[in-house]
Design a protein around this ligand. Structure first.
Ligand code: SF4
Length: 249
């Protein structure tokens, strides 16, 4: 395993700059939290936090529909860093009410049903998890979208009424994977099977090489609506999905 000091000059500089931003966030805001999605950016961010800013709290959300590979990864991450990552779960009564009203896979029925499921299983637990914190850390990168290309390391987050700190803005996807390999970081084996972006099992599928990484998430929807409500990428335009595409998925 490569130590932070033995990385390539580019990776070492990126890690140093991002680590400094994390440490500065703790000095400025005190209570800072990171919600790990256990994706590739999370692998890097977790490593940076455990190296440069150990006072940052970490949690993840188990929606109840995650692939086994993701839950196994959580276990490997905890062992690697000898640190417990708090797991938040959806409110059980809210999940029961959702399933009673929409069915166990009601999210395929339409945009409203899908967003409602994401709200119950992701957004509400997230809001509960960040109560009391002054800032949260995100792993967004400039090259992920035109909107994110204009992003700043620190921004006020109106949605969550706290500061948002994004230390990976200048990292490319290649940087992320080079860092993961150089540091031999634990990552989700589904990435090696054509899944560039991994969320809940029923809403994630593999994509062809070179395809938009997000095209494997909520693939039955218009590209404009494919977000879960935590990190909006684009303006949401309600559409009516074609049920035939869902049935053939
Ligand atoms: S990704 Fe799918 S299963 Fe997971 S919370 Fe959203 S709609 Fe529900």
């Amino acid at each position: 395993m490569t130590t932070p000091e033995e990385l390539s000059p580019r990776l070492a500089e990126l890690a140093r700059a991002s680590g400094a931003q994390l440490a500065q966030a703790v000095r400025d805001y005190g209570k800072v939290v990171y919600s790990t999605s256990l994706g590739p950016e999370s692998a890097v961010m977790t490593d940076l936090i455990c190296t440069f800013a150990t006072d940052i709290d970490m949690f993840t959300i188990d929606t109840g529909r995650l692939p086994d590979e993701t839950l196994s990864l959580l276990d490997r991450v905890e062992r690697r860093y000898e640190r417990r990552i708090k797991v938040y779960y959806p409110d059980s009564a809210a999940v029961e009410a959702y399933v009673q009203a929409n069915g166990i896979n009601g999210f395929y029925s339409g945009l409203e049903e899908r967003q409602s499921c994401c709200h119950v299983r992701k957004v509400e637990p997230f809001k509960r998890a960040v109560v009391g914190y002054k800032a949260w850390i995100t792993g967004v990168r400039r090259e992920q979208s035109a909107e994110r290309a204009k992003g700043e390391v620190r921004a006020w987050d109106d949605r969550h009424d706290m500061w948002k700190v994004s230390p990976l803005l200048d990292w490319t996807e290649e940087d992320i994977w080079n860092f993961i390999r150089a540091r031999n970081l634990p990552y989700n084996p589904l990435h090696d099977k054509g899944y560039p972006s991994i969320g809940c099992a029923p809403c994630t599928r593999a994509v062809e090489p070179g395809a938009d990484p997000r095209s494997g998430r909520w693939w039955w929807e218009n590209a404009e609506t494919r977000e879960c409500g935590l990190q909006p990428r684009r303006r949401v335009i309600p559409i009516k999905p074609d049920p035939r595409r869902v049935a053939g998925a």
